[in-house]
Structures are given as structure tokens and as C-alpha cells.
Write a protein that binds this ligand. Structure first.
Ligand SMILES: Nc1ncnc2c1ncn2[C@@H]1O[C@H](COP(=O)(O)OP(=O)(O)O)[C@@H](O)[C@H]1O
Ligand SMILES: [Mg+2]
Length: 427
């Protein structure tokens, strides 16, 4: 049994599973947050609680041995607050599953003498422009790009590489503020929008630059990896579909991707090279990659396990338990990430999105879908009667379905069938 420090978290998805996993494995943990109240209201947010019902505390808080309020947005202050606590409680490891705290957690690990990745690798992996620069320095082919605070420089760059270009924030997640621009007017609008908010949802100061990239065409995949003591194991390749162009909303994924082995290997090799380029020596990654006509091109490195149920799809097929791997990494134990036969050949998720903006009047067909033996789970959020915006990013999901195929690579088709059976009426 280990004694762990957990620094902030996502509120939903992995944030709901991690505390239960820590407890199930018999570990103790102290949860550190600048604002523990950020985690209340989680169940309503997840559509798991009827409106008006009494809110329950978030599992991260309910299952913690202790909850400490400390300024997690300032690594120096945080370390100063944690040092005396560490002397007293002797933590065995520190971890986070929230992108916004990966570098801080690495800095805490370093300062307290606990296992962790080099903070510089986390910073580079986490910042989309620093990652691009590191890959370019290492000679990896990638899109032409420019990270700039200056609109005129962005316009000149777009003219040079040719429209459409992709504009994105260097620090956000979930396809938030990622969009294609087809002309100068669209670029101006997207640029101002991305540069706008001075702080992110966690109150962290934003970097004040916009990343403009050459548009990469091709199918998209993600590669799950686990690096321990500098050695990277590739766990598998997952496919990904997108909707909502010029936005890039994830619509579904299947693991494993239906690829010839040599193509899957070329994707895995490209990811290994990118991880070496950013100096990644310790941790899981969920790296996104496009297979273009000229070969694989990195989209971004997420320096943590895949969210959006990717970890669950991969676990259904390979038996790899990502949460245990995260905890093992925090304790510097060799993570068990060798795939084994689970009896499931493919698993897919498909997300539910409103067909357009408006008030959701009804959702029909869920019972039929749930009766199908290949449907692992269907979750429909409590959105009937609510007014939803037209979908723009992954925050607009209103549920998901997970399908499995025990005999082949048919899980994506099955998940898509399930979504097609749901009749979502919006007025
Ligand atoms: N240069 C690019 N060319 C084409 N599509 C891109 C490019 N950059 C990002 N995208 C699309 O936008 C999506 C979100 O971008 P990404 O950099 O992964 O941001 P996020 O951190 O929000 O996931 C990607 O999954 C991809 O589909
Ligand atoms: Mg991404």
C-alpha cells in the first residue's frame, strides 16, 4: 500500500475513476487543489443526478485521506506548501490526470525527490508549439507552423503556405478553439477568438500566442504509449473520426484501427521519434497523428493516458489497465502494458451530439440499442428540455455509446448503427 499525492484532476471521466482505482488497490492519497469546490456539481454536470437532488461530494474528495487547499497554479508556492507535509507524511509518489497540471506535478516530483518525468519534457510535450519546434529540430517531417501573438504575421504566414490553415491555442484541450480558416477574414476571427481569454478554465495565465499550422490531410489515429525509464512500449493504434468541419469534433474511435501491420508500425515509429524529440522518458501518452500522402505526421502529444474513453476501448481489447499503469509510474514500478487476449477483438465509442443548436424535445430508441448484446454501454445525458448550442468541440457531447465485436473489426460499424437508431429531436 502506497501513500500518494494527487494534484488536481479532470472532474469527469478519468477524474471519477482514478480515486476509486486508488482505493481498490489499497492506496492512500492526499488530494491537493487550489479550489476543491471546482469538483462539486460533478454529478449534475455528468447528467448523473436528477435536477433538484442533493449533490454528492466528488469521489476524489470523498475517498481522499485528506484534502489540502494550496495554490496549484504556482509551482513554487505549491512546492513550499508540500515540502513540510512530505516530511511529515512521507509520500511515495505524486500524480495528476489533468493536462493543466502535468508540468507542475513533474516539478513537485523533482522537488520532493519522488519518481516523475523531467519537467522540461512535460512542458515541451504539453505546449503544442514547443512540441512542433522540438520535432523540427530532431528532423521529423511535420506541417509548417508559426506561433505568434501578431495577427499580421499570422496572415503573412497563411498566405505563404496557402489557405486553409488550422488555428489553435497552444495550451487547450478537447478541440476547444481549434478551427480551419479558409481566408483572411476567417483567420482574423479565429485569431481574435483564440487570443481572447487571458486565463484558462483553471485560472492559469495563457501563453498569449496563436499556433497557425499548414492543413494536414489524411485519416487520423491515436497511439497509446507507455514510457518507463526511457523505454517506450507502444500499446496500440486507435482510429478516429471527426465531424463539424471547420471545427474538429471527435465523433468516434475504434481500437484497434483497421490498418495493415506495416502501416500501424510506421505510425508507432513516428510517435517514438516524436517522444524522443521532446525528451519523454517517463509516462503514458496518447499521441494523435495523421496519415498523410507523404507519411505520418504528428498532430499533438498528450502526455497522459487517452481520455474520451480511449483508455476503456484499449482495455476492453488488450486488458491493459491504464490506471494501474499511471499509479505504477508514480511509484517507479514497471507498468504492465503487455496486451493479452480478452475475447474482444475490437471496441468502439461513438459520441452523441445534438443535430443542431436548440432545445432538445425528445430522444427515442435507447431501449432498442441497449438490448443489443454488442452494446457495452449507452449513456444519454439528462438533456431533454435543455437548450444546447450547435456543436463546436468535444464539450458538446450529450452522451456516448460503446460497442464491441468479439470476432472482428466491426465495433465501429456497430457503434455507428447504435447512434443511427437514436432519434434526437431538437426545436
Ligand atoms: N495541422 C492540422 N491539420 C489538420 N487538422 C488538424 C491540424 N491540427 C489539428 N487538427 C485537427 O484538430 C483536432 C484538434 O487539434 P489538437 O491539436 O489535437 O487539439 P486538442 O488539444 O484540442 O485536441 C485534431 O484532432 C485534428 O483533427
Ligand atoms: Mg487533440
Amino acid at each position: 500500500m502506497a501513500n500518494l499525492l494527487v494534484i488536481e484532476s479532470w472532474v469527469r471521466s478519468v477524474g471519477l475513476i482514478l480515486p476509486r482505482k486508488l482505493r481498490a488497490l489499497g492506496h492512500r492519497y492526499t488530494f491537493v487543489s487550489r479550489k476543491p469546490e471546482h469538483y462539486t456539481g460533478w454529478a449534475q454536470g455528468a447528467g448523473l443526478l436528477a435536477s433538484g437532488a442533493k449533490p454528492e461530494p466528488h469521489p476524489l474528495i470523498a475517498l481522499a485521506d485528506d484534502v489540502i487547499t494550496a495554490e496549484t497554479n504556482d509551482a513554487e508556492q505549491l512546492i513550499a506548501a508540500l515540502k513540510p507535509l512530505h516530511k511529515e507524511r512521507r509520500f511515495d509518489g505524486v500524480l495528476t490526470c489533468c493536462d493543466y497540471y502535468l508540468e507542475t506535478t513533474a516539478l513537485v516530483a523533482e522537488a520532493l525527490g519522488l519518481p516523475g518525468p523531467p519537467p522540461s519534457a512535460m512542458r515541451v510535450a504539453r505546449s503544442k508549439h514547443l512540441m512542433r519546434e522540438a520535432c523540427r529540430r530532431a528532423g521529423l517531417a511535420g506541417p509548417r507552423f508559426l506561433a505568434t501573438p501578431d495577427l499580421d504575421a499570422a496572415l503573412a504566414f497563411a498566405k505563404e503556405v496557402g489557405f486553409p490553415v488550422v488555428l489553435k491555442a497552444v495550451d487547450l484541450c478537447a478541440s476547444e478553439d481549434v478551427r480551419a480558416a479558409h481566408d483572411a477574414d476567417e483567420l482574423r476571427a479565429a485569431f481574435a477568438h483564440i487570443l481572447g481569454p487571458p486565463v484558462n478554465i483553471r485560472g492559469q495565465t495563457r501563453p498569449g500566442v496563436v499556433l497557425v499550422e499548414e492543413f494536414l490531410r489524411g485519416e487520423e489515429f491515436s497511439v497509446e504509449t507507455c514510457t518507463w525509464r526511457g523505454d517506450t512500449a507502444v500499446i496500440g493504434v486507435t482510429d478516429k473520426s471527426l465531424v463539424g468541419y471547420p471545427h474538429f469534433i471527435e465523433s468516434g474511435m475504434m481500437h484497434p484501427a483497421d490498418l495493415r501491420p506495416e502501416v500501424a508500425r510506421s505510425l508507432a515509429d513516428c510517435v517514438r521519434q516524436a517522444l524522443t524529440a521532446v525528451g519523454y522518458t517517463h509516462g503514458l501518452t496518447h499521441t494523435e497523428i495523421k496519415l498523410t500522402e507523404a507519411g505520418p505526421r504528428i498532430i499533438e502529444i498528450n502526455a497522459r493516458m487517452g481520455g474520451s474513453y480511449v483508455f476503456e476501448l484499449v482495455e476492453l481489447v488488450t486488458g491493459v489497465d491504464f490506471f494501474t499503469a499511471v499509479i505504477d509510474l508514480a511509484l517507479d514500478k514497471r507498468p504492465a502494458v503487455q496486451p493479452r487476449d480478452t475475447g474482444i477483438t475490437s471496441a468502439a465509442v461513438h459520441f452523441l451530439l445534438p443535430p443542431r443548436g436548440g432545445r432538445v424535445v425528445s430522444i427515442r430508441g435507447a431501449d432498442e440499442v441497449r438490448r443489443d448484446s454488442d452494446i457495452h454501454r449507452l449513456v444519454v445525458d439528462d438533456v431533454v428540455g435543455k437548450t444546447l448550442r450547435a456543436p463546436q468541440d468535444n464539450n458538446d457531447f450529450m452522451g456516448h455509446v460503446i460497442a464491441v465485436d468479439r470476432n472482428g473489426l466491426g465495433a465501429r460499424r456497430k457503434a455507428e448503427w447504435a447512434v443511427s437508431r437514436l432519434d434526437i429531436q431538437v426545436e
